[in-house]
Design a protein around this ligand. Structure first.
Ligand SMILES: C=CC1=C(C)c2cc3[nH]c(cc4nc(cc5[nH]c(cc1n2)c(C)c5CCC(=O)O)C(CCC(=O)O)=C4C)c(C)c3C=C
Ligand code: FE2
Ligand code: FE2
Length: 361
């Protein structure tokens, strides 16, 4: 038996198509300890996420973490779970649906996959292949590149392709932390909140953290977060004294990127800052890390330290200007790919005309 998947039946006949694969991190299937255990096991076994040698990490993961963290994390997920499911998946689906609808005329097929959990990457790639997507653009929903996110998505795709006979043409977006349309959507989302509720004294821009070591080893993530922060501040005409960039979601005991978000909020409250807003520009969709850690935990910490008004500003989620930005970002990577034969509808119609079949559509 061959170790390669057979070339699918589409090889003869159907139109070649463009596929766009949106990828986000992934989330548990349910806010329960067993579901969290499955999710965390997959997530924390990824060598791109935890870069500790397996003989050292495995006993810690299987002996301690997977026996304690699932129940604790499940409790946190229960605080933010939506009737339709995990916020990360709910918002990512809405994004994908709107993005797909906007691309309908381009005849592109859009699939959503999660790096961990479901819907998974192998199944999404199989659906694209079965639909004869001979060209695939991979679009991770991480504006700032980190090895633990972007490169990990790439690893998961390559793993599937090592078993595939007929490879698609492949392109992958790695970062868009400074894309004008992304920055403009972020700025508009903040300005809308300010128009409705008033401006805070300070704005904290909180990004997911990484181990500090990743910066020393050359991961561009820290610098990309700083640049997003500066561009957003410029777009909002905020002077440096009125904003800061910070890092949240520390995991484990090692030093992570600093300054940390919650201690920054506490320090500001102690300094006498009464009103803060927090925005999380690195999260394209709201999730545990924004809704629980910041909107709930950040608020409690700031108020307990003497602050008076705390606002968490929602992620871009399925805002129309963000969907427009996604389209602009995707299109920049589609150079030459939107021309025929990928203008498939036009081509099919002309074929049908030529064959005297009449186009009913
Ligand atoms: C936005 C980019 C992200 C980076 C970079 C990132 C790195 C990273 N994360 C962990 C550990 C955990 N992260 C967890 C949740 C989580 N992380 C991101 C995004 C990034 N992570 C998101 C969007 C989420 C939320 C998922 C959801 O279901 O809503 C978790 C799980 C939750 C928990 O048990 O606390 C862990 C664990 C590491 C170690 C890391 C880089 C080294
Ligand atoms: Fe994370
Ligand atoms: Fe967290």
């Amino acid at each position: 038996m061959s170790r390669f998947n057979p070339a699918p039946a589409y090889t003869h006949g159907s139109q070649p198509k463009l596929g766009i694969l949106l990828i986000n991190l992934g989330t548990p299937d349910a806010p329960t300890a067993p579901a969290l255990r499955r999710y965390l096991k997959e997530f924390l076994s990824d060598p791109r996420v935890v870069e500790i040698p397996k003989p050292v990490w495995w006993p810690i993961l299987h002996g301690v973490i997977l026996n304690t963290r699932p129940a604790r994390s499940a409790k946190l997920y229960r605080k933010i779970w939506m009737p339709e499911g995990s916020p990360l998946l709910v918002y990512s689906r809405r994004q994908a649906d709107k993005f797909r609808a906007r691309l309908a005329r381009e005849e592109a097929m859009v699939e959503l996959a999660m790096r961990y959990g479901s819907p998974d990457i192998p199944a999404a790639l199989a659906r694209l292949q079965a639909a004869n997507c001979t060209r695939v653009l991979v679009f991770p929903l991480y504006p700032q590149y980190a090895a633990s996110t972007g490169a990990s998505a790439f690893d998961a795709i390559s793993k599937v392709l090592t078993r595939t006979r007929r490879l698609p043409e492949l392109r992958m977006i790695m970062h868009y932390h400074d894309h004008p349309a992304y920055i403009a959507a972020l700025a508009a989302s903040v300005r809308e909140q300010w128009a409705a509720h008033g401006e805070p004294e300070r704005l904290l821009m909180s990004f997911h953290g990484l181990p500090r070591r990743s910066l020393d080893l050359g991961d561009p993530y820290h610098c990309e977060c700083q640049k997003t922060g500066r561009l957003l501040a410029e777009a909002l005409e905020l002077p440096p004294a009125r904003y800061a960039v910070s890092f949240q979601s520390r995991f484990g005991r090692a030093e992570w990127l600093q300054p940390y978000t919650v201690p920054t909020l506490e320090a500001w409250a102690r300094e006498g800052v009464r009103r803060v807003d927090v925005v999380c520009p690195g999260f394209a969709a709201d999730c545990l890390e924004t809704l629980e850690e910041i909107a709930i935990g950040g608020r409690e910490a700031f108020l307990a330290a003497g602050g008076e008004r705390f606002r968490y500003l929602p992620a871009l989620n399925d805002r129309d200007d963000w969907i427009d930005a996604m389209l602009a970002i995707a299109r920049e990577h589609l150079g030459g790919w939107l021309a025929p034969p990928l203008g498939a509808a036009a081509l099919q119609a002309s074929r049908e005309r030529a064959l005297g079949m009449g186009a009913e559509r």
